[in-house]
Design a protein around this ligand. Structure first.
Ligand code: MN
Length: 295
């Protein structure tokens, strides 16, 4: 009984949970649930993460013209795109670019500024099919906001897989799980794990005290701290506690985000995320004056 009590007391509890049923279009290629948005009530519990959009599975008919979002700028943070089904092609003004397909991740550091576009790949567009992806925005600390832009294409084969429980798998995209490191280079301490179970399993994941933790359930269900959570739920955990323990259903898929909060003022305005209003105005001017480049 004592052991059990200790285990319970170390577990993180859920601070906020919700679903966003409505979807909206980003360009004509991404039909997304807007799951995380910067807001005063929540920033403290989601930092260094800023925004998350989930394009849940959607069928696209074959098309000769790739669908997506045309050129637009970013400054002061990173955009991370996870492909689950279908392919995304990206080009940016710093020369970065590539196509990501199912299981791959694209990690773009906008830093001092890029202009980029994001479209379904030509091959996917021509064939059509089911498209599913997540886009996450990761904040940069003040001292790296004006770093040079960088592009990391993380292919599925470079993302280590760890067997968990009886039928589950954890892919280390960023950070460290029990000594296995993910391929992403990050500016602050971040762990990103892609979790899946074939059959129901009991999983336990240790995380540092004082860090922020978010779980998106893409498929299946989980039972955590005696409560059940359905697919497309997002769970935002309390900073207290050092682990999360949960039971998964069959065919579970989840995305776990964890990171050290950046405790600096943040001003998010459209595609720019800076520390002050003044820096936002400078970003708008620099973009209008072509300082973030062109495609
Ligand atoms: Mn973008």
């Amino acid at each position: 009984m004592k052991l059990q009590a200790n285990k319970e007391s170390k577990a993180k509890s859920v601070k906020f949970t919700y679903m966003v049923k409505e979807k909206h279009w980003v360009g004509d290629g991404f039909h997304v649930h807007g799951l995380l948005r910067p807001s005063h009530g929540i920033n403290k519990y989601i930092s260094p993460f800023i925004l998350m959009d989930y394009a849940s599975p959607k069928h696209f008919s074959p098309s000769n013209k790739p669908k997506g979002v045309g050129q637009h700028p970013h400054r002061g943070f990173e955009t991370v795109t996870f492909s689950y089904q279908g392919e995304v092609e990206h080009r940016d003004s710093s020369g970065g670019g590539g196509i990501i397909t199912s299981g791959d991740v694209q990690w773009m550091t906008a830093g001092k500024g890029v202009v980029h576009d994001e479209f379904h790949s030509e091959e996917f567009s021509q064939k059509g099919g089911v498209f599913e992806m997540v886009q996450l925005w990761v904040n940069l600390p003040k001292k790296y906001k004006m770093t040079d832009p960088k592009y990391q294409g993380l292919s599925s084969q470079d993302i280590p897989k760890i067997q968990l429980g009886n039928t589950s798998e954890l892919r280390v995209i960023a950070g460290d799980f029990g000594g296995t490191k993910g391929p992403a280079t990050t500016f602050t301490k971040i762990n990103i794990f892609d979790l899946s179970s074939n059959e129901g399993d009991r999983l336990s994941i240790s995380l540092d005290k004082g860090t922020n933790t978010i779980l998106l359930i893409l498929r299946g269900e989980i039972t955590l701290n005696h409560k059940q959570y359905e697919d497309q739920s997002i769970l935002i955990f309390d900073q207290e506690g050092e682990e999360i323990n949960f039971e998964t259903s069959k065919k579970f898929r989840g995305l776990l985000l964890n990171g050290e909060p950046i405790e600096e003022p943040m001003v998010a305005h459209g595609p720019f995320v800076m520390n002050t209003k003044q820096e936002i105005n400078e970003a708008i001017q620099d973009y209008q004056n072509g300082k973030m480049g062109n495609l």
